[in-house]
Design a protein around this ligand. Structure first.
Ligand SMILES: [Zn+2]
Length: 221
């Protein structure tokens, strides 16, 4: 006869492949959705990364150097980045998250332990927001519980570890949501397309590709 503990153990084990399949199916779905948006919502120049007059700031991939992570959802996707320039990297919980650009920490939330895809989870994402010298902001979302190593008012340099990734808030699987925004006259966040320095050169990121922050001597601040 099976004890209660053994039954529960087997139940948990049988759920594991199921969870893995759901996660993989979900990743595939948002990848497809992201690719669909590539051809519809973003300008041809941005799709082909053909801007020649773009003098905007170049951001660093927000992880430790030479650690590759898959971009699973890009900007203006049909899933959760409607009308938004943002990047979702698939990362294991507890992955160090690094400042993509230097600035001052203006907002930290790290007390949440919950996640899900219902509206009530929208406000439950642990996050860090950093203000840059040109009054733009970078947001790092879905960090783990107590996963911030910085507090409001801290100054951070590009590449500093600011926290650890997780799966909190409006989220179905562990990932880092990264976006850059400015505020308009009504204090509304306007997200911006940004380029990154990657192992493949300076580019706009595309879903379905793995990117890492290369080691370099003269990081732009
Ligand atoms: Zn996202």
């Amino acid at each position: 006869m099976l004890t209660k503990n053994t039954k529960e153990k087997r139940k948990k084990q049988s759920r594991l492949p199921e969870r893995l399949l759901i996660t993989l199916a979900f990743l595939l779905l948002i990848n497809v959705c992201s690719k669909a948006q590539d051809s519809d919502s973003i300008s041809p120049e941005l799709q082909k990364t053909q801007f020649t007059t773009d003098t905007s700031f170049i951001y660093q991939i927000p992880f430790e150097t030479e650690h590759s992570h898959m971009l699973v959802q890009g900007s203006h996707s049909m899933f959760s980045h409607h009308n938004q320039y943002a990047s979702d990297f698939y990362v294991k919980p507890g992955t160090p998250v690094c400042a993509s650009r230097s600035g001052v920490v203006i907002d930290v939330k790290s007390d949440s332990k919950v996640h899900g895809l219902r509206k009530k989870f929208l406000s439950k994402g642990n996050h860090i927001i950093i203000m840059h010298a040109d009054s733009t902001f970078a947001a790092y979302w879905h960090l783990k519980h107590d996963g911030s190593t910085v507090t409001e008012g801290d100054t951070v340099q590009v590449g500093d570890i600011i926290g650890y990734s997780g799966n909190t808030g409006y989220s179905a699987f562990p990932h880092l949501h990264f976006m850059v925004f400015r505020k308009n006259e009504n204090n509304k966040r306007i997200t911006m397309p940004v380029r990154f320095r990657t192992q493949k050169g300076i580019c706009y990121l595309k879903p379905g590709h793995k990117y890492c922050r290369p080691k370099r001597k003269n990081a732009q601040r």
